[in-house]
Design a protein around this ligand. Structure first.
Ligand SMILES: NC(=O)C1=CN([C@@H]2O[C@H](COP(=O)(O)OP(=O)(O)OC[C@H]3O[C@@H](n4cnc5c(N)ncnc54)[C@H](O)[C@@H]3O)[C@@H](O)[C@H]2O)C=CC1
Ligand SMILES: O=C(O)CCC(=O)C(=O)O
Length: 369
């Protein structure tokens, strides 16, 4: 399929390829849909196997953000960026500032933030070149790292999913298998262990595993063994597409609820989970805490207000399960319908919120202390 055919299939608005020889920047910004407002979504830095794999990731992630922002009630569209490179060795001030200039060039159609492989410090560098970045250090009046907010929302969503599957949202004594114990999952494990859940963890980074074992008394397993782990809840918190033909037959969990984006390799895998009676918390609903937190910056960041909204993820997930049960449809279909309905309803509405929000971002620099 040609690039334009691919874009047309899921109706992407824009794809920007960014190249800067002196800093080594190679990045792709994908803007999926701006019906609800400017596209907001993070920038991922990863060592992709090929440029095609990077493009595919950018496109899938951007579309996910359209649905996530819509279902979360935000006046924002969906976009995402990927930077091709090793986050451990290829970062530099020049690279992020060059990337920031490309984002500035989009004039506010896309606003960035952290994702896998990028940090608050990286956002601070991008901020040198553009106002269209969130998740910048709190000293700039920004909201900082979104991962704790994401973890809080995932924790709320796990409780809703436990209620659906087990008839009780208590996690005491429940075994949760966590795949990837990075920024989000590390905080999530803290919530889970404080409530008395038992943790099984894995990561390709040995240091991350060691931290989880030491901090939370987690049991470590090899990355390939996480799917078949004896557990009540599987929490995918690494990369996407881990729910596929190879892994679903191995699962013992009755609940799948985690932070990773794009967990279903294909939509038919969501159908399969439904047939098997596995309670699946749709990824872009349960992991919206981070984007809800950074989106609050468009109104002048207020942490209390943001966390209040993030806590609503619990009832959103519960109502998606209710629709799924009532209409006998997979939970991911119920979520997609809610998101698509909102976008359709808002197609002809023009909002002043967005312009006000962008002004709020540019005011931060003058009011920073
Ligand atoms: N950080 C945030 O606020 C948000 C993150 N997400 C998603 O949640 C997931 C985790 O994000 P972060 O914690 O920020 O990233 P992170 O990079 O801090 O953590 C991801 C962890 O997964 C591990 N990992 C990668 N491949 C693995 C594999 N095959 N098996 C086991 N472990 C593996 C990495 O070594 C790393 O420790 C990503 O899919 C991200 O897109 C979604 C919404 C917001
Ligand atoms: O919370 C973040 O990482 C920023 C928003 C985003 O990119 C996401 O929700 O995947």
């Amino acid at each position: 399929m040609s690039l334009f055919e691919t874009m047309e299939k899921d109706d992407y608005e824009e794809v920007l390829f960014c190249q800067d020889k002196s800093s080594g920047l190679k990045a792709i910004v994908a803007i999926h849909d701006t019906t609800l407002g400017p596209a907001l979504g993070g920038s991922r830095m990863w060592t992709y196997a090929s440029e095609e794999a990077a493009l595919e990731d950018a496109l899938r992630l951007a579309k996910g953000m359209t649905y996530k922002n819509a279902v979360s009630g935000l006046n924002l569209g969906g976009g995402k960026a990927v930077i091709i490179g090793n986050p451990k060795t290829d970062k530099s001030e020049a690279l992020f500032r060059a990337f920031g200039r490309y984002i500035q060039g989009l004039g506010g159609r896309y606003i960035t933030a952290e994702d896998v492989g990028t940090t608050t410090e990286d956002m601070d560098l991008i901020y040198q070149e553009t106002d269209y970045v969130t998740g910048v250090s709190p000293s700039f009046g920004s909201s900082g790292n979104p991962s704790p907010a994401t973890a809080y929302g995932v924790y709320q969503g796990i409780k809703a999913a436990a209620g659906e599957a087990f008839g009780s949202d208590s996690l005491e004594g429940r075994v949760v298998a966590v795949q990837g114990v990075g920024s989000v999952a590390n905080r999530l494990c803290q919530y889970l262990s404080e409530e008395g859940a038992k943790l099984v963890v894995t990561d390709i980074d040995k240091e991350a595993v060691r931290r989880a074992v030491e901090s939370f008394g987690a049991v470590a397993v090899d990355p390939a063994d996480i799917y078949s782990a004896d557990c009540d809840i599987y929490a995918p918190c690494a990369l996407g597409a881990t729910l596929n033909d190879d892994t679903i037959p191995l699962l013992k969990a009755r609940v799948i609820a985690g932070s990773a984006n794009n967990q279903l390799k294909e939509s038919r895998h969501g159908d399969r989970l439904h047939e098997l009676g596995i309670v699946y918390a749709p990824d872009y609903v349960i992991n919206a805490g981070g984007v809800i937190n950074i989106a609050d910056e468009l109104s002048g960041y207020n942490q209390e207000r943001a966390y209040k909204k993030i806590a609503e993820i619990r009832s959103s997930i519960a109502s998606i399960f209710e629709i799924s049960r009532r209409e006998r449809i997979p939970s991911y279909v119920a979520a997609d319908r809610l998101a698509e309905d909102r976008i359709m309803r808002m197609k002809n509405v023009r909002s002043t919120f967005v312009q006000n929000g962008l002004h709020s971002l540019s005011r931060r620099k003058t009011s920073a202390h």
